[in-house]
Design a protein around this ligand. Structure first.
Ligand code: CUA
Length: 339
């Protein structure tokens, strides 16, 4: 009776492994493929070890069990050099077999591609609880949605603005920690084809750690170039002067939109075209998602009470009437980029 819910839970857990946008078991690029290869090698060796140990244990338990009427004490053994050498050498050999390709991969991943003319450099900065993506050579900064061209090396320099986080795109590349204290970690990845992949923070970083999601949107090269150009276009403020003033005072003191506003907090350029608001409220009319809602609806929800969506977020609850929230959400929802 207790086994059934446990099994059901395991099936549920494993069913998530099938999602191509969120699974290390279905790699969508060369780096993820290499890491999947390492996993397969390690798991194969572990399974062999488990099988051999269980077989020997089972054999010994059966073969040397106490028989009815046998009251003798078994032969007492103390030390066996030959056996001890064998069971020390075998794990060493196995560790070397796992270790060589693993170390190779680790150093390969940390390779610095920033000087490669074809690579796109992206500075990733983790914040409680959002992701900042800067394209230093292209002069573009965005948040929550990382747009990259297919088949191109993405050279990442990852750091944190506050505590320890970890940059992870399960289908494309393994975890890269972002360490406090000015430390910068490098890694690279490449997506084989277009699509949208889910990224996660993989290091416990506070109450909203599990909500620190982001998207990786892989597009063709021409679309990527158009996106970069669109990101640099100036954006018009709301025509209604009252809304424009409100936006200037309440939002643009921190956020940047087009050429307007402050540089410090999530850049909102093109936010109306993103797949999520705040990284987790899914912008859709499709009711199969729990957090369903249009961009506008999600923006209203987020602006009205950020703490209810992401506990611990630095986004303050601004003193606005329902109508003002609606007006700002409507303007932001209209900020879409053509690419
Ligand atoms: Cu950031 Cu967990």
């Amino acid at each position: 009776k207790r086994l059934l819910p446990l099994l059901a839970g395991m099936v549920l857990l494993l069913s998530a492994c099938g999602r191509a946008d969120l699974s290390t078991l279905r790699p969508q690029g060369p780096v993820a493929e290499e890491q999947f290869g390492l996993m397969k090698l390690t798991i194969t060796i572990m399974v062999i070890v488990v099988l051999v140990v269980f077989a020997i244990a089972g054999y010994v338990i059966l073969r040397y069990r106490r028989r009815p009427g046998d009251k003798s004490i078994p032969v007492q053994v103390e030390g066996n050099h030959k056996l001890e050498i064998i069971w020390t050498v075998i794990p060493i050999v196995l560790l070397i077999i796992i270790g060589i390709p693993t170390v190779n991969s680790v150093f390969g991943l940390a390779k610095d591609y920033t000087k490669d003319p074809n690579a796109i450099q992206i500075n990733v900065t983790a914040h409680q609880y959002w992701w900042e993506f800067e394209y230093p050579k292209l002069g573009v900064k965005t948040a929550q949605e990382l747009l990259i061209p297919e088949g191109t090396i993405i050279s990442v320099e990852a750091k944190t603005a506050d505590v320890l986080h970890s940059f992870w795109i399960p289908s494309l590349a393994g975890k890269t920690d972002t360490n406090p204290g000015g430390n910068v970690n490098t890694m690279y990845f490449k997506a084989d084809h277009t699509g949208v992949f889910l990224g996660k923070c993989a290091e416990l970083c506070g109450p909203s750690h599990s909500l620190m999601d982001f998207k990786v949107k892989v597009v063709d090269k021409a679309s990527f170039d158009r996106w970069v150009a669109a990101m640099k276009n100036p954006v018009a403020l709301p025509q209604d002067q009252e809304v424009a003033d409100l936006l200037n005072k309440q939002c643009l003191s921190c956020h940047a939109i087009g050429g307007n506003g402050g540089p410090a907090f999530p850049n909102l350029t093109g936010i109306g075209g993103r797949q999520t608001v705040a990284g987790i409220l899914v912008n859709t009319d499709d009711p199969k998602y729990k957090n369903e809602g249009t961009v506008e609806h999600n923006l209203e929800k987020w602006i009205s009470d950020p703490q209810a969506v992401k506990p611990g977020t630095l986004m303050p609850k601004v003193d606005l009437t329902q109508d003002q929230v609606k007006a700002i959400a409507k303007y932001l929802a209209g900020l879409k980029l053509d690419y």
